[in-house]
Design a protein around this ligand. Structure first.
Ligand code: KG4
Ligand code: ZN
Length: 340
C-alpha cells in the first residue's frame, strides 16, 4: 500500500468554508479558507441562513482549489473527512453533503470529525503530540479544559458555566462600537492601554476548573452605561486592557492549576481566542516559570481560527481507528466529546 496517506478535509461549521489536503496527519499540502466575515459584519454576528448560502456558493470552488494547490487527484486520496458538529446545522449540512457526494463519487471512506477535536489537533500540524496532555480550548462557542490520555480520548475537566471567552470578547466589542468579531481589535487596543478598571476575576479561587465570563461582561456593560449616563468618556484602551487582563488571568491560572493536577507533558492552547497575544504571552511566561517541563504548543494564527487543515489532522487519528461513517451521517449541532 502507498506509504503516503492523503486526506481531503472539509470544514463548514460556522462562517468559514474551508477545504484542505493533509499528508499523514501532519503536513499541509493545501488549506483553502473562504471567509464570509464581511457579509456578517453589518449584522453584528453570524446569520445562519446567510452562512449556509455562502457555503453553497464556495464549497465546490474550495474543493477544486484544495486539490489543485496540493497537486493531488481524487484517486490519490485515502479518505474524505468532514466536520459534523458542533456548529450551525445548516452550515454543517453543506459541508457534509459535499463530503458525502465526493466520497461516494470517488469510492472513498467518510470520516466524521468533531470540530473541537480539530481545534486541538491543529497542534499536530506544529509538532507531534505527547500524551498525556492538556488542551485549553477557547473559541466563540467553547471554553473548556480537555485532558487527553491518548489520541482520540477527550475528558472535559472544566468548562464555562455561561459565556465562552470569545463570546464575551464579541459582546464587549459591540458595547465599544467595534465590528464583529471583535476579539482581535480588543486585543490590539488592550496592548495600548493599562489595567485600570479593576474587573472581577470570576471563579479564580474556586476549587474546580470551571470558568464564568457573564459576570465580567455585565460589569463591563454596567460601567460603560453608567459612564454614558453621566456624560463621562471612558478610555477605550484602558477598558480593553482591563477586560483582557481579567479574561487572561482566569484562563492562565486555571490552566496552570489543571496542568499541576494532571500528569501532563504538553499543553495545547487552541481555538479562535488562542490567537490572543495577551493570552499567548502570559501562558508562555506562566509555563516557563511554574511548569518548565511541560511543553506549550500554540498553533500559528492561521491555524487558530476555523480551517480544514485541523480537521484533516484529527481525521488521521480517526482513520487509524477505522471510525468511518455511512452515507446516513447527519450533522450534530451540539456534538460533545465522547467521554472515553
Ligand atoms: O474558533 P473560532 O474561529 O470559531 C468558533 O469555532 O467559535 O473562534 C472565533 C472567536 C471569536 O469570538 C473571535 O472574537 C475570537 O475567536 N478571537 C479572538 C482573537 N481573535 C479571534 N479573541 C481574542 N483575541 C484575539 N486576538
Ligand atoms: Zn472553531
Amino acid at each position: 500500500m502507498n506509504e503516503t496517506e492523503l486526506i481531503l478535509a472539509i470544514e463548514s461549521s460556522c462562517d468559514e468554508t474551508s477545504v484542505a489536503v493533509i499528508e499523514n496527519g501532519e503536513t499541509i499540502l493545501s488549506n483553502i479558507v473562504a471567509s464570509q466575515i464581511k457579509s456578517h459584519k453589518r449584522f453584528g454576528g453570524v446569520v445562519p441562513e446567510v452562512a449556509s448560502r455562502h457555503h453553497v456558493e464556495q464549497i465546490t470552488i474550495c474543493i477544486e482549489e484544495a486539490l489543485s494547490e496540493a497537486g493531488v487527484e481524487a484517486s490519490d486520496l485515502r479518505a474524505v473527512a468532514v466536520t459534523y458538529g458542533p456548529g450551525l446545522v445548516g452550515a454543517l449540512l453543506i459541508g457534509l453533503s459535499a463530503a458525502k457526494a465526493f466520497a461516494w463519487a470517488n469510492g472513498l471512506p467518510l470520516l466524521p470529525i468533531n470540530h473541537m477535536a480539530g481545534h486541538i489537533y491543529a497542534a499536530r500540524l506544529v509538532e507531534p503530540l505527547v500524551f498525556p496532555l492538556m488542551a485549553l480550548l477557547v473559541s466563540g462557542g467553547h471554553t473548556e479544559l480537555v485532558y487527553m490520555k491518548e489520541d482520540g480520548s477527550f475528558e472535559i475537566i472544566g468548562e464555562t458555566r455561561d459565556d465562552a471567552a470569545g463570546e464575551a470578547y464579541d459582546k464587549v466589542g459591540r458595547v465599544l462600537g467595534l465590528s464583529y468579531p471583535s476579539g482581535k481589535e480588543i486585543d490590539e487596543l488592550a496592548h495600548q492601554g493599562e489595567d485600570t478598571y479593576d474587573f472581577p476575576r470570576a471563579m479564580l479561587k474556586e476549587d474546580n476548573f470551571d470558568f464564568s465570563f457573564s459576570g465580567l461582561k455585565s460589569a463591563f456593560i454596567n460601567l460603560t452605561h453608567n459612564a454614558e449616563q453621566r456624560g463621562e468618556v471612558l478610555d477605550h484602551q484602558n477598558l480593553a486592557a482591563s477586560f483582557q487582563a481579567s479574561v487572561v488571568e482566569v484562563l492562565v491560572s486555571k490552566t496552570i492549576r489543571a496542568c499541576k493536577t494532571y500528569p501532563v507533558k504538553q499543553l495545547i492552547v487552541a481555538g479562535g481566542v488562542a490567537a490572543n497575544k495577551g493570552l499567548r504571552e502570559q501562558m508562555a511566561a506562566a509555563i516557563e516559570k511554574e511548569l518548565p517541563d511541560v511543553k506549550l504548543i500554540v498553533p500559528p494564527l492561521r491555524l487558530c481560527g476555523d480551517n480544514a487543515a485541523m480537521i484533516g489532522a484529527a481525521a488521521h487519528v480517526e482513520l487509524q481507528k477505522h471510525h468511518f461513517a455511512g452515507m446516513s451521517l447527519n450533522a450534530n449541532p451540539s456534538l460533545a466529546f465522547q467521554h472515553i
